[in-house]
Design a protein around this ligand. Sequence first.
Ligand code: ADP
Length: 418
Amino acid sequence: MIVSLGIDFGTSGARLVAIDTDRNVLWRGTSDLLSKGWRETLFAMIQAIPIAIKSQVKRIAIDGTSSTVLLCDREGRSIGAPILYHDRRGETVLELVKSIAPAGHSVISATSSLAKLLWLLRQPEAIEIVPTAGEVYFLHQADWLAYHLHGKLGISDYHNALKLGYDVEALRYPDWLERQPYSPLLPQVVKPGMPVGTVLPQVATELGLATDCIVCAGTTDSIAAFIASGMEEPGVAVTSLGSTLVIKLLSQTRVEDVNFGIYSHRLGDLWLVGGASNTGGAVLRHFFSDAELVSLSQEIDPNRSSNLDYYPLLTPGDRFPINDPHLAPRLTPRPERAVDFLHGLLEGIASIEARGYQLLAQLGATPLTAIYTAGGGAQNPIWTKIRQRYIPVPISISPQQEAAYGTALLAQRELPRG
Ligand code: ADP
């Protein structure tokens, strides 16, 4: 038996999934991220796998939250604290980012890895750093965790490195980034899922892993969640109905539009085009408990229109599919009956989803052929029927939604066949 491990360091905790080559799940582990450090969490989750499974592990890959980054020394020790995915301190160096990156580049964002690197380099503890290759490394969460297994510092993958400025089409850092004095700190970038190295002998002994177990390059948590769906055909999309509405479409063409926050990740020979709206389950949760969502939804006739034209938001402003930082939430008129109000909200979000896919098509993405749904809202069959009225392709639940499962599939991809 050949076992692959996928380990997800997501926004709400860490998870581990072990699968065999038939994609069956053999083991699942979870951990919160508050009680222990990242490395300790990683090691404890691997240690907890039953030995009969663990001894068969041949591949390990790790995904982390996108743009969670840190500087570390040649021993892998963090210099200062890591900066998390949603941290906006990069705002203070945004002008600097703009001055080096081409207009409209996806690194021009307060949360991009590059903005965080530039912020880190301006801190007192970093002023001393001479940016010499081999002395200091700038890494993403997934890169740093993988280092603790394979012992190689300074390696990343092109999913994590997209918002650092890596050119995923040319497969190199662009000249404008190579020219910077800190370029020696940038990690070497490889294909996600590619074998990077065998697990360190002392780590194999400590964790009970086989000495020929290979650690692969990782990915980000949201791409891992898409890979989990198992979908590989252009035209197939995954809509995530979580706190926010996120759509991701596999396309033969690359689509980028900074105004709408649309960008594409490279996935095999295709592009994973994504957009995210501020609408979504957080608005539903503001008005209804999850139990109410279930019971009230059952009273809705999904084939009828509510005749309410909502744009559900909690605070003004959206980026995709409407780019307007001042866009006002549209939640009136409010019907008397809760069920009618919910009907309007579900339709409003469905119409934003439909508009999102239309926008991707207008910008040149491969035409949509099917949607798989993930997240809390995927479990609502009435909502699926409502969405089906707005979107003319088959909509179903994504068979697998766990990022850790997707990362395990990624780890398995480059296994020798036969
Ligand atoms: P995230 O990980 O983004 O926080 P989840 O995927 O866990 O989100 O989904 C949680 C969201 O799903 C909540 O915002 C909630 O409003 C929504 N949700 C939960 N149950 C239902 C339901 N039956 N119908 C529609 N939405 C639901």
